[in-house]
Each structure stands twice: as C-alpha cells, then as structure tokens.
Design a protein. Structure first.
Length: 180
C-alpha cells in the first residue's frame, strides 16, 4: 500500500476525510463509525472524494419526495451522470435515495470508481448482480470476506472505502509526452 496508508486506523482515516470536508460528523464531534448512511449521504461523500460538480436543477429519478430543490438531488444527479451509481430500477427510475447503502452497493461503487477488475470466480453471498463487485472488493482487501454483503454498510466500512478512493484521486497522474 502506498504512503504507508495501512498505518492509519479507521478513525484516523475519518479524521483525514473530515479535514478535507468530505465527512461532517455529528454535532457532538463523534464519527459515528457504528452508524449507517443513506444512499444520498453516500452520494454526497462520493461527490467530495471524486471531485465531482453537484448538478443543480435536475431530477432524473421518480422517487417520492425526490426534487431538484432538495439537498440530495445535486449529489445523486452527479454520481448518476458520472456512472458511479445508477439507482435500483432504471425502468421505473427509482434511486432509493433515502434507503441505507448496503455493503454490496458500496462494493459496486468502489469497483466502478477504482476501475477494479471483476474476477470470473466468486465465492460470496451477495445478490447475483453484485457477486463480481463484492469479490473484486474482497480480493482487493477492501471488504472483509466475512462481511454480509446484503447488510447495511457501517460508516466504518464506508470510511475505509471512501479513504481508498480519496487517496487514489490524490495520487499524481502519470503524464506521458513525446520528446522530439
Ligand atoms: C438498476 C440495477 O440493476 N441496479 C442494481 C445495482 O447496479 C445498483 O448499484 C447501486 C450501487 C447503484 O448503482 O445505485 O446501488 C443499488 C443497486 O441496485 C441494483 O438493483 C437492485
């Protein structure tokens, strides 16, 4: 792992992300690592770590109470437009922005964001659509093989994944150029 990242525990990774204004934390100052997050909250985190621009004035989804004027929409629209999240039903256009994000959904976002290779062999209890994503995340050491993929993700699990994506975005890009 680059930069000795493994030296940081989850709280320290959270502190880095909080300093970068990606997580806000709770009014009492706690990280709430045992708590869960909604899909909209995670979309907001993703916008921060991927450096996306929130998209104003648009509401692509038909979820009840999903409106361009409400806070989740610009973040949901940004991750949708970037191809990081597509929602739960692309025919009915349901995002489920108030639903809790699960471990397998988190794994999919991680794999898409990091462009991880999806293995052909899987050995996990995820839903069919998620088996490859979860296996890729397990193989990359970013999801515990013992975690229940269908369970809601904890903020601790989300911090680990968010930090990994955040770091990969901070690394200098390799620029190739031709010398004539
Ligand atoms: C439309 C579809 O097949 N959605 C899948 C899956 O791709 C979705 O992944 C994420 C991370 C998302 O992109 O929003 O969470 C919800 C998942 O829903 C799945 O269908 C139930």
């Amino acid at each position: 792992v680059a930069f000795g990242d493994d030296a940081l525990n989850t709280q320290q990774k959270y502190d880095v992300l909080k300093e970068a204004k990606i997580f806000s934390g709770y009014p009492d100052g706690s990280a709430g690592l045992d708590k869960e997050m909604t899909r909209a909250e995670f979309a907001k985190v993703l916008v921060g770590i991927m450096g996306l621009e929130p998209i104003q004035g648009k509401a692509s989804f038909k979820d009840k109470n999903y409106k361009a004027s409400k806070w989740p929409a610009p973040y949901v629209e940004a991750v949708y437009s970037a191809g990081l999240m597509q929602g739960k039903n692309t025919t009915k256009m349901i995002f489920d922005f108030n639903g809790k994000i699960t471990v397998q959904e988190m794994a999919k976002v991680l794999v898409v964001a990091q462009k991880l290779e999806i293995p052909t062999e899987t050995n996990n209890n995820a839903s069919d659509w998620a088996k490859g994503y979860v296996q890729a995340a397990i193989n990359a050491g970013l999801v515990d093989a013992k975690a229940n993929p269908k369970a809601n993700a904890t903020r601790a699990q989300l911090v680990e994944v968010a930090y990994d994506i955040y770091l990969s975005q901070q690394k200098p890009k390799v620029v190739s150029y031709e010398v004539k």
